[in-house]
Write a protein that binds this ligand. Structure first.
Ligand SMILES: [Fe+2]
Length: 134
């Protein structure tokens, strides 16, 4: 399986959140690397746990940033985070097989590509507009 390529188009202009997104891509690529080299379940489980944990940490950070500046789309955005979290826990619990690990990785990456380009960008624009008018 091919690694996922990070691109500047995913940057929303909020440095710490952009770095977190990039780090999540990195963890997903680490899972791809392990799958490609035929890693065992224990190795895969470790990285999957790190990814799932990091996703939670990132969602918290993003929601805190939204709360802090009174972003009106927070509730809807939080719901999208909850939806992915539930899916991840369903797939990643226990000791996932190689195919489950790949499914989880693809889910995270595809979800992120859409979520960042659509929902996170909207927040980025909100922050930009706010700093232009203040
Ligand atoms: Fe988000």
């Amino acid at each position: 399986m091919q690694k996922f390529i990070w691109s500047e188009k995913y940057e929303m202009g909020i440095t710490h959140l952009d770095s977190q997104h990039q780090y999540m891509f990195g963890l997903a690529n680490e899972i791809v690397r392990l799958v490609n080299k035929g890693a065992n379940t224990r190795e895969l489980t470790e990285v999957i746990e790190s990814l799932v944990e990091y996703v939670q940490l990132h969602f918290d950070a993003e929601e805190r940033a939204m709360e802090k500046c009174g972003y009106p789309g927070l509730d809807e955005h939080r719901q999208q985070h909850v939806d992915l979290t539930q899916k991840l826990f369903r797939l990643g619990l226990g000791q996932p097989s190689t195919s489950q690990a790949l499914e989880l990785t693809k889910l995270v990456i595809h979800w992120m590509q859409h979520h960042i380009m659509d929902s996170d960008m909207d927040f980025g624009m909100f922050i930009k507009d706010r700093s232009n008018t203040s």
